[in-house]
Design a protein around this ligand. Structure first.
Ligand code: HEC
Length: 119
């Protein structure tokens, strides 16, 4: 019993850490693709996500952001992306990204791994 709880605890914390599988992340990206591209300069309803990991929020050229996101001052580190993708409007109240969020930590980790290295 104790060993089992320990293993489950470890599994949970591993899933919460953003060290995901980019191949699995590519299929999660299907949820973002109607609004986002990972090709540089290709904005859709949302800004391109090319180079997003480590980038500054609200700085893609030729994209009209919400004042909220532009003023957020966020640097898109993996933990920041994780928080935004879990619940965009909780992390940045007033964001125009109308997306409910990804509830599964594993999906977010895989997706962020894909965004770090889209292929
Ligand atoms: C319904 C369209 C839509 C969907 C689906 C969507 N987004 Fe967005 N996203 C937007 C819009 C619009 C913005 C700009 C928000 C703003 O200006 O407040 C945005 C902004 C972002 C930003 C901030 C970009 C920057 O330059 O600072 C990130 C990161 C992001 N989205 C990631 C994702 C990911 C990853 C997914 C899939 C899980 C996703 N989005 C799904 C529309 C969408």
């Amino acid at each position: 019993m104790i060993a089992c709880a320990l293993v489950m605890g470890l599994a949970t914390s591993a899933a919460a850490a953003p060290a995901g599988d980019p191949i699995a992340g590519k299929s999660v990206f299907a949820k973002c693709a109607p609004c986002h591209s990972v090709i540089a300069d290709q904005n859709r309803i949302g800004p391109t996500l090319s180079g997003i990991v480590g980038g500054k929020a609200g700085t893609v050229t030729n994209y009209a952001y919400s004042p909220a996101l532009k003023a957020s001052g966020i640097i898109w580190t993996m933990p920041e992306l994780d928080a935004y993708l879990a619940n965009p409007r909780a992390r940045v109240p007033g964001t125009r990204m109308f997306f409910a969020g990804l509830s599964k930590a594993e999906d977010r980790a895989n997706l962020i791994a894909f965004l770090a290295k889209p292929q």
